[in-house]
Design a protein around this ligand. Structure first.
Ligand SMILES: [Zn+2]
Length: 352
């Protein structure tokens, strides 16, 4: 690789500006605050998700979502023009040109509706899609007492689920495990598991790259049934829902604490690695942390310092000054990543 090539800014980590499509639910102020941005004068209060390095479009609500790089190039076009640089040979051999990952910041300004996402088997059988939507939440901030809901506490027979969905009242939410969360929590949400995020929670979210949701609660959020059930019949769509129970060790296995990682380590439970990887790199003064070359969305979750990369064929690292709230897209070709300072980042990466 020549110097000329490496001086090309696409060869280096690049800052990702906000990419916040309009959504049906409220939120977004915590994303702006986290990123150190002022609330714009025309802020409409419905920008609760920041889609980071996205090659995915919204299923409805206008079909936005794809990331544009700083020069205006849609990310899928950039990947297609130089896939080996962006994704690396191993990823290309296993997964092709798709990153296979959707990363978001999500600020729940109000409680989200109870919903679920199909798993891969259901998406392949009924939605002509190779990906389901297993997702994971890495809690970056939470108001005191804020909570999420995940999985039915007791098994729900098919007809009872159908009647709760028909009723559209609070019983659906009340049937789920309520989990109080705080900064440092990480929760894996397998495809099929019903869930909701409560008001006052800011998460870094990793997902399979689809926007397929079964909106079990939809009426009070003004969603029509075709949107709510993915264009399927209600009974077919409800077949994608895990009717539980999700309790005890099964629920505990879906939870961990990303703030417990010292140095470098996984932010998510082990089961997540089939779908995506989230790696904490935490540096303290005199103790840098390093990660292997990979296509990654790097979110700086605390502190300040430098993130350095060393592209192949170069001896000297290329440092970038970073601080809390910065989001960078790092191509595989940027090489090993090293963070130094008083700094914690989370690298969101496709499955290995
Ligand atoms: Zn979800």
């Amino acid at each position: 690789m020549s110097e000329t090539t490496v001086s090309d800014p696409t060869r280096l980590p690049s800052h990702l500006p906000p990419n916040t499509p309009h959504r049906f639910y409220r939120g977004g102020e915590r994303i702006l605050a986290f990123r150190g941005l002022d609330v714009p004068a025309d802020f409409d209060g419905h920008r609760p998700e920041d889609w980071l390095a996205s090659t995915t479009r919204l299923f409805a609500e206008g079909g936005d979502g794809v990331t544009l790089l700083a020069d205006g190039t849609p990310l899928p076009d950039a990947l297609g023009a130089d896939p080996e640089h962006w994704l690396g040979p191993d990823h290309l051999a296993t997964h092709g040109i798709e990153p296979g990952l959707l990363t978001k910041l999500l600020d729940a300004g109000e409680r989200l509706p109870v919903h679920s996402h199909p798993d891969r088997a259901f998406a392949a059988a009924h939605l002509d899609c190779a990906h389901g939507k297993t997702e994971a939440w890495i809690v970056l901030a939470a108001e005191p007492g804020a909570c999420v809901w995940l999985g039915f506490r007791d098994e729900l027979p098919t007809d009872e689920l159908a009647s709760l969905v028909e009723a559209q009242d609070d019983r659906l939410l009340e049937a789920l495990n309520r989990i109080e969360v705080r900064r440092g929590d990480a929760i894996l949400v397998p495809g099929g598991q019903p869930h909701a995020i409560g008001a006052g929670v800011l998460v870094l979210e990793l997902q399979e790259p689809t926007d397929l949701s079964v909106m079990l609660e939809h009426r009070r959020f003004g969603l029509d049934e075709a949107h709510a059930f993915l264009g399927l019949s209600v009974s077919r769509a409800l077949e994608s829902v895990d009717r539980g129970p999700l309790t005890g060790p099964s629920l505990a296995a879906l939870r961990t604490r990303w703030t417990d990682v010292a140095g470098a380590g996984h932010a998510l439970p082990a089961r997540a690695t089939e779908f995506f990887r989230a790696e904490v790199l935490s540096a303290t003064s005199g103790s840098p942390a390093t990660g292997a070359a990979a296509f990654a969305v790097v979110v700086v979750v605390s502190g300040r310092g430098t993130l350095s990369t060393t592209p192949a064929g170069h001896d000297s690292p290329r440092p970038t000054e970073v601080g809390r709230g910065d989001v960078l897209l790092v191509p595989y070709g940027a090489g090993e990543v090293r963070v130094e300072g008083e700094l914690t980042v989370i690298r969101c990466m496709p499955p290995g």
